[in-house]
Write a protein that binds this ligand. Sequence first.
Ligand code: PHE
Length: 315
Amino acid sequence: MQEQIKKINTLEKLQALYTATFGKNGTMTARLKQMRDMDNDARAALNRENAELRELFKTRQAEIENAVMMAALKGEKLDPSLNPMPENRGTLHPVTQSLREISAILESFGYSLRTGPEIEDDWHNFTALNTPAHHPARDMQDTFFLPNGNVMRTQTSAIQIRSMEKEGVPIKIFGIGSTYRKEMDATHAPQFRQIEGLYVDKNITMSDLIGDIRAFLSAFFEMDNVELRIRPSYFPFTDPSIEVDMKWHGGKWLEIMGAGMVHPNVLRNCNIDPDKYQGFAFGFGWDRLAMLKYGLDDIREFSASDVRWLKNSGF
Ligand code: PHE
């Protein structure tokens, strides 16, 4: 029996012999049934034989299983000439990519990047921008107020003030950053991004402003020469103030940005003499521009972090 077990080399045959030995009608089963008629020595010998046989079956089963696995592995070969799985590389977030593109355009016009804090004090976000407490224009922006009286920056115009206070004039800068307002729908998110240009020097005029806006929009939208419509508007920190519309594909006019000549009070608040210097500022929502350029219709996609969208957003 022992020899027989060792010669078996398939699990099926081993199972058959096991059943023939230990099954209901098995040879060992039959012998065990007669145990009570045996003397002590014979009984002990049978018990030992029974245990040894079972152990032998177990060992052989493990050996056969191992041999089957080794045979399977032997057939498998590593083919180093096969192409590897495609690499899943990350990229910069579309928001970052687009902001960098805009920075590059403005830098090529001679503007230098400035940033500022997203938690602003009342002075930089409102008061210095000719919007003192109780000024009705504060209502134009649904502000998040912090318990200590600071605000979540509602506009990048705060960067103008910080830069003029620190650097004086002449100054030609642009600010980029997150801004916050209490609004939320498909075209408004509570956190959005603004870009703001500021150019103050001697003899700066409204024509310089419109020229730069036109050049910027043409470059960003990759259009030959965008058609603009200038409408009078109101911002407390510019005078005169304008709103700029751009002719879109299909002849539709789209509101694109606010701008104007820096208000003399704003210059004075930054210790600049408005009789000697003047300049312009323009500001726009990056999210809106990006939605137009890439044909998106829900602003909330930018912050959903859906990898499928990030890969196919067209950026
Ligand atoms: N800060 C204005 C806004 O958020 C935009 C603006 C910037 C207008 C600069 C004029 C000049 O609506």
